[in-house]
Write a protein that binds this ligand. Structure first.
Ligand code: ASP
Length: 362
């Protein structure tokens, strides 16, 4: 074998990154006096430009849903963000398939698309599903035809960079097929970065009137089976808004979230009086319990071997976010400053971020 990195060796590298100490327990990160404002916009850690834009629009009187969608469109359009929209990482066939949902508090309405190809702003299409159909979710070919009938132009979403990452992954996937990595090559830095990060952007907002809205958009898991749909377009999993209570969204392992209706659970915990941060933590505790029934998703200590993060705002303008593992961050614009803050967490252990490098694909 002349190749410098075999599939097995590569995955071992990923696992060894997670061999630090483990201390269970929740941690309150945000000082209480700082975690309330109105309006407020919250997002996943890749959403600082989205929170900035959305806050500007809300301050100028825009509807909170229009504001968060315009915010995430910046990231969808950016070829450098390989987790959403244009330049998002493709499925195992090298085709980019996008998922997105939107939910509007004042009308308690939602729209979503899944497995959408060739359209770089699935969040805009999701909003049209909400407004211009009597359905809540369109998928695949039907979603594409719907988008085209509203004038969206098809384009190739695979950039040279995402194609290269896909090809490297394909070449190192197996020692028993006909795809060979370049003999000279060490691990490609772009591939390493792709496997060590996960994507998706969620953005939720509360405007000055007290109306809530949210959007989640993603290219889903890199190298997914074509047709795989994650949590992002599933109302109640990747996003949920109840205008009387609050809004919540998620990033991370979609399958775990779908199986537990995570964002709906966060909103329900807020309904019971928990703060947004507590509600996120309580949902993650519930998911950790359920994960004990999913052996392929557990690490050597019986804890979830994946990443999952929730972001939430309540009607009062309190906000918070929590992750299974320490070290994750979220973006928030509270009307005064637009910053990244640390998420609260369940497990105090430095884990690699992605599902790939946490061993799920062994
Ligand atoms: N939640 C996304 C999905 O499962 C992926 C991610 O956030 O990394 O498609």
């Amino acid at each position: 074998m002349t190749h410098s990195i075999t599939r097995r060796k590569f995955i071992k590298t990923g696992i060894s990154l997670s061999a630090a100490s483990f201390i269970p327990g929740t941690k309150k990160i945000i000082p209480p006096e700082k975690d309330r404002s109105r309006p407020v916009v919250i997002s996943s850690r890749n959403g600082l430009r989205a929170t900035e834009k959305a806050m500007k629009m809300i301050s100028e009187g825009s509807d909170s849903l229009d504001a968060v969608i315009t915010g995430v469109n910046i990231i969808e359009d950016d070829p450098e963000d390989i987790s959403v929209g244009y330049g998002g990482l493709p499925n195992e066939d090298g085709v980019v398939e996008l998922d997105s949902s939107v939910m509007h508090g004042p009308t308690h309405n939602a729209g979503a698309v899944a497995g959408l190809r060739n359209i770089k702003n699935p969040s805009k299409v999701a909003k049209l599903v909400m407004e211009r159909t009597a359905h809540a979710l369109l998928v695949g070919e039907g979603a594409l035809r719907f988008a085209k009938s509203h004038g969206f132009k098809e384009e190739n979403l695979l950039t040279d960079r995402s194609r290269k990452i896909w090809l490297k992954r394909k070449e190192m996937l197996s020692d028993s097929d006909f795809w060979l990595p370049s003999a000279s090559e060490k691990i490609d830095p772009d591939l390493r970065a792709a496997l060590d990060s996960h994507g998706t952007i969620n953005c939720c907002a509360l405007d000055a009137k007290g109306d809530l809205a949210g959007v989640t958009t993603t290219s889903g898991f890199f190298f997914k089976i074509p047709g795989r749909v994650g949590d992002s377009p599933i109302i109640g999993a990747g996003l949920y808004v109840d205008n009387d209570i609050g809004a919540a969204g998620s990033t991370g392992l979609g399958e775990a979230n779908i199986l537990t209706c995570g964002s709906n659970a966060v909103v329900e915990f807020m309904r019971k009086g928990h703060s947004p941060e507590e509600a996120c933590i309580k949902t993650l505790v519930r998911i950790s319990e359920k994960a004990k029934l999913w052996p392929r998703y557990l690490d050597e200590n019986g804890h979830p071997a994946f990443d999952l993060n929730f972001y939430a705002i309540n009607k009062k303008g309190e906000y918070g976010a929590a992750s299974l593992w320490k070290g994750r961050r979220f973006a928030v614009h509270n009307g005064k400053e637009n910053i990244l803050r640390e998420c609260a967490f369940l497990y105090k252990k430095e884990r690699p971020v992605s599902a790939f490098s946490s061993g799920l694909y062994v």
